[in-house]
Design a protein around this ligand. Structure first.
Ligand SMILES: C[S@@+](CC[C@H](N)C(=O)[O-])C[C@H]1O[C@@H](n2cnc3c(N)ncnc32)[C@H](O)[C@@H]1O
Length: 248
């Protein structure tokens, strides 16, 4: 996630689309140069950390040029990417034949209710706006929740304010504020913080996702990294919340 490549957060939609069309035509964010590194990141911070099960269907909201969508597809998740940048979707379709890609608005997702097991979003523009609690953010959350099947998982990945970061135009928010936004539509049950990246998993209130019961961190990293102690503190706090959720 690079702030340099992000569109001005409060720009009108047509300006944002034009910005990203150009960004993707010029090579996107350059993640492909380190595909193995990011594939390992997906395994560790998304699949293992949130106990995603290969075979589950996944929607990547604001998928851009499809790089992350394809990493999920490669890992065994039937994946669909949606973005309102036609340029991004064109690049995605050309570069990655595995997933399905569609042009569409994240705030009004072009799918039926209850369509996906996992609804994922990474670095979506809404979360870098100085005001996180906009109508647009709420529409995004509601739209993601609508297409999630009962028992499904919303997984949001972004920067947090921890370790600084952000620019005058692009705010990084506190983890607690991101959680507050998400809990308007689903119950956050687990947070992964690494440096100033944060991953938040949330499940539908009406049909909590069955968990594997793993509590010993078996799939966790084995060597300490920056942020690991904060991760531990947050994990313990969220573990309590998760146990409370399970008891419902
Ligand atoms: C910073 S890029 C992140 C792309 C990709 N998820 C990644 O992590 O590399 C933000 C993406 O969100 C998309 N986006 C922003 N608002 C959107 C909306 N309302 N509907 C669909 N896509 C949107 C942009 O077109 C852009 O591709």
């Amino acid at each position: 996630m690079t702030s340099a490549g992000q569109a001005p957060p409060d720009a009108p939609m047509d300006v944002v689309i034009e910005h990203y069309d150009q960004q993707y035509a010029e090579g996107g964010f350059g993640y492909g140069a380190q595909r193995d590194r990011w594939a390992a990141w997906v395994r560790r911070h998304y699949i293992d950390e949130f106990e995603l099960r290969p075979g589950e269907t996944l929607l990547d909201v604001g998928c851009g040029d499809g790089f992350w969508t394809d990493l999920f597809a490669e890992a065994g998740f039937p994946s669909t990417g949606v973005d309102f940048s036609p340029g991004g979707i064109e690049v995605a379709r050309t570069a990655y034949p595995r997933p399905t890609f569609l042009v569409g608005d994240a705030e009004d997702l072009p799918f039926a209710d209850d369509s996906f097991d996992i609804v994922f979003t990474r670095a979506i523009s809404h979360l870098s706006r100085p005001d996180l609690f906009t109508d647009a953010s709420r529409r995004l959350m509601a739209s993601m929740r609508r297409v999630l099947r009962p028992g499904g998982l919303i997984l949001i990945s972004f920067y947090s304010r921890r370790d600084g970061g952000g620019t005058p135009e692009h705010a990084w928010h506190r983890v607690s504020d991101l959680v507050r936004l998400i809990e308007g539509v689903a119950d956050p049950f687990h947070i992964d913080v690494t440096g100033n990246y944060v991953q938040i998993g949330a499940q539908r209130w009406d049909a909590p996702r069955a968990r594997s019961g793993r509590t010993n961190g078996a799939s966790r990293r084995t060597s300490p990294t920056p942020g690991s102690s904060a991760r531990g503190t947050l994990r313990r706090a969220l573990g309590r919340a998760r146990r409370a959720l399970r008891g419902r």
